[in-house]
Design a protein around this ligand. Structure first.
Ligand code: FES
Ligand SMILES: [Fe+2]
Length: 400
């Protein structure tokens, strides 16, 4: 079995003669388990397009992880729904008449027609093909002209339901019925970010896109401040320069990684567009004078400042394409102190996202060059090294 001690060593034994691209990549991943953060190279280029590795990542990681699909405020009323393609499955996230938000398969139980697209509000889902009709909790309510079928049992034709849990106003789904609860998954993080009062916040700007490139490119881009010095030199580098970034000790359970970046002196003097406003008494001096990003494996991140929070969730759509979902959230007291804060910050956030999108698509193209070589990571990229080590544990490390 993949992941067992036997499989791992057996794998390496036969390596030289018959190594596939995936074998070679897993061997490289295993090496990260022995290396310090500052002794790491970047991943081999093939890690960003190899279809077998992508498949393994989806099966081993993504189909067993909590994946963020949005915010509860997208669905304020009974009947509100949003639809998603997630890892090849078609989902509708819908608030039922009982007020409960559910994640249902949006594929009709008759002959597979997707029931609904985009987002909206409805009392029923009626299939556009033969008009089978479902309640917003997934029960089949009616199916025309099925009385003569010997196989039709209405109660057995409801829409399958996925696991869905919420955390701090975020909606997560999990394909794995056995996975520990989302609350368990986030328990350590809760302790680290309590000062930031994320559960109070609401989204004031929304971002959705598809970025060309493997999901790991988007992930890496979101977990270090080093690229401010180049990619964002005309945006966030001004007030959050790369040289001020540092990596606090990872949490003992390694359930996420995190990083901080000190604000520059001009910012600290106040009056800057990103200067902290609103209720500040819960924050430490360090919170007030730094940006704080947390990255929760495999694909959820928040880049926080006091009372403001830029979040992203990554949905792999193939080895070289990634759906991006995110937004900017604000605390109610910030909105009270500065009602136009969304307008003020909209432009800079849009520009930063666009810079990141362009960078990942350029990286994706470059990976296919025969001269694309692995390079050394900077000491400002310890979170990237931690990411590779986490991937190694998930993909190749024998079970403890
Ligand atoms: S496929 Fe939906 S009613 Fe036939
Ligand atoms: Fe960036």
């Amino acid at each position: 079995m993949r992941g067992s001690l036997f499989w791992y060593y057996n794998h390496l034994m036969v390596a030289s003669a018959s190594m596939t691209g995936l074998d070679r990549l897993l061997t490289v991943f295993a090496e990260y388990l022995q290396l310090d953060d500052t002794d790491c190279l970047s991943l081999p280029p093939a890690a960003y397009y190899n279809a077998d590795l992508y498949q393994l990542e989806m099966e081993t990681i993504f189909r067993k992880s909590w994946l963020c699909v949005g915010r509860v405020e997208y669905l304020p009323n009974s009947g509100d729904y949003i639809t998603f393609e997630l890892l090849g499955d078609l989902l509708v996230i819908v608030r039922g008449d009982d007020g409960i938000i559910r994640a249902l398969s949006s594929i009709c139980r008759h002959r597979f027609m997707p029931l609904v697209q985009d987002s909206g509000n409805t009392r029923r889902f009626t299939c556009p093909y033969h008009s089978w009709t479902y309640a917003t909790d997934g029960r089949l309510l009616s199916a025309p002209y099925m009385e003569g079928s010997q196989r039709f049992v209405k109660e057995q034709c409801g829409l399958p339901e996925y696991r869905l849990e919420t955390w701090a106003g975020f909606i997560f789904v999990n394909f794995d019925k056995e996975a520990p609860s989302l609350a368990t998954r986030m328990a350590t993080l809760d302790g680290y970010i309590a000062n930031y009062r994320v559960p109070e916040q609401t989204e004031i700007l929304h971002y959705e896109s598809v970025w060309e490139g493997n999901w790991k490119l988007s992930a890496e881009n979101s977990m270090e401040y080093y690229h401010h010095v180049g990619l964002h030199k005309d945006t966030v580098q001004d007030y959050m320069p790369a040289k001020n970034s540092y990596t606090p000790k990872p949490p003992d359970d390694l359930s996420f990684t995190h990083m901080r970046c000190g604000m520059n002196e001009a910012f600290k003097s106040g009056g800057h567009i990103m200067h902290p406003q609103g209720r500040l008494d819960t924050f430490t001096e360090e919170d007030l004078s730094t940006g704080y990003l947390v990255y929760v494996w495999p694909a959820f991140t928040m880049a926080m400042r006091p009372n403001g929070n830029n979040w992203l969730s990554f949905h792999p759509q193939g080895p070289e394409q990634t759906g991006i979902l995110g937004g900017y959230m604000a605390s109610p007291d910030l909105l009270e102190a500065a009602p136009d804060i969304g307008e003020q910050r909209r432009e800079v956030i849009a520009r930063v996202n666009e810079q990141d999108r362009l960078a990942t698509s350029e990286l994706a193209k470059a990976m296919h060059s025969s001269e694309a070589k692995r390079g050394p990571l900077s000491p400002f990229e310890q979170t990237i090294a931690q990411f590779y080590r986490w991937l190694a544990r998930e993909l190749v490390e024998p079970p403890r």
